[in-house]
Design a protein around this ligand. Structure first.
Ligand SMILES: Cc1ncc(COP(=O)(O)O)c(C=O)c1O
Length: 385
């Protein structure tokens, strides 16, 4: 067995696919220390800079003082605490949804939600670029899975028309996590009634990012309150904390509480994590300036990269891929950016399709003009060698 493991590691290394961990010293922020060097961090999903501000930390510390560090059990045993209830009520209000349920991560939420909704009698229609957690959940659900080309609603409609399944579930990321493009939700939603389908949207990179007040993709398209749309969102990205949630009709939540194994069979989130996320939502709600700043910074970096001649792959959001192609070359580009004082991680298969390895740049509201200037100078620097 040991020999096979070593062989697999050598194979990954030869293909340029071996992954290693990089240590970030200190808290998340627009600048971090790596190997003793201060660098501009351009690959975090802390889009609004809410992972470390004093008000959020204070909320988490107060929660520890009031409720301790752990939930001690699953929500269904003795781990259902006030902090969970407060956050679910806040999410319900924020997302203008009838009901909300917390999960322990986005990965877990997709696992729990999809396996609770879909079974052997279900046909699932899944965008080809959906997140790995959706792909894994579809496999685990044992549903028949039809994958349609990225954002291609004509192909999706053809598949729906050809389906005789009683239960039809469409699943799409709303913002594609490695491309930064947005799913055509109005077109997808228009198919639901005609084909008797339900829709799950993964709003991981839209929550706190899309829409004037950060409520996500449905606010972006001005389609809030659509009853056939189930939303999943994460607390670990723009909300700066950890965990995830599903918002939907009460009867779906009732089913999840009984049937979603990723909810039933796991210890509940620590109360401090919930308190931090609750505070982050309060901050976003009070001042939309953070969201406006995020988009201003996004436009500066996207324009700057395009002007420098990089292919940003049609990005429409603060996730801005820079296409490199080759697995070895992308890691080399990442290393060279680091020499220029900027950290952008290289993303390779199977996270992205073969031949499309890329630097996945992300922008946050916390980046200053100086940070952005330094980042663009570093990108120009790696072109010039
Ligand atoms: C689209 C999408 N869905 C789900 C997840 C999983 O969320 P989490 O990191 O909270 O497990 C991620 C990111 O990791 C993501 O990008």
């Amino acid at each position: 067995m040991r020999e096979e493991i070593l062989e697999e590691i050598s194979r990954l290394t030869a293909l340029g696919l071996k992954r290693t961990l990089r240590l970030v010293e200190g808290p998340q922020g627009p600048r971090v220390t790596m190997d003793g060097q201060e660098v501009v961090l351009m690959c975090s999903n802390d889009y609004l800079g809410l992972a470390n501000p004093p008000l959020v930390k204070e909320a988490a510390i107060k929660a520890i003082e009031k409720w301790g560090t752990g939930a001690g059990a699953s929500r269904l045993v003795s781990g259902n605490m006030e902090a969970h209830h407060i956050l679910e009520e806040r999410i319900k209000e924020f997302k203008a949804a009838p009901s909300a349920l917390l999960f322990n991560s986005g990965y877990n939420a997709n696992m729990g939600l999809i396996t609770a909704l879909a079974d052997r009698s279900t046909e699932v229609f899944s965008d080809r670029l959906n997140h790995a957690s959706i792909v894994d959940a579809c496999v685990l659900s044992r549903a028949r899975v039809k994958r349609y080309p990225n954002r291609d609603t004509n192909a999706l409609e053809k598949l729906l028309k050809a389906s005789a399944a009683k239960k039809k579930l469409i699943i799409t990321d709303s913002v594609f996590s490695m491309d930064g493009t947005i799913a055509p939700l109005p077109d997808i939603i228009s198919l639901l009634e005609r084909h008797g389908a339900m829709l799950v949207i993964d709003d991981a990179h839209a929550t706190g990012v899309l829409g004037e007040s950060g409520r996500g993709s449905l606010e972006h398209f001005r389609m809030e309150g659509h009853p056939s749309v189930i939303q999943m969102g994460t607390l670990g990205k723009a909300l700066g904390s950890f965990g995830a949630f599903v918002t939907t009709e009460q009867e779906v939540i009732d089913l999840l509480i009984s049937r979603a194994r990723a909810f039933v069979y796991t210890t509940a989130l620590p109360p401090s994590v919930c308190a931090a996320a609750t505070k982050a939502i309060d901050i976003i709600d009070k001042d939309h300036g953070l969201i406006r700043k995020l988009w201003e910074n996004t436009s500066t970096i996207t324009q700057g990269l395009k002007e420098a001649g990089f292919d940003t792959m049609g990005s429409e959001t603060p996730i801005i891929p820079v296409k490199i192609g080759d697995n070895h070359k992308v890691m080399d580009a990442s290393r060279r950016l680091l020499e220029h004082g900027v950290f952008v991680q290289g993303i390779r298969p199977p996270t992205v399709p073969n031949g499309t390895s890329r630097l996945r740049v992300t922008v946050t509201a916390a980046h200053t003009g100086e940070d952005l200037k330094k980042a663009l100078a570093a990108f120009r620097g790696i072109i010039n060698g």
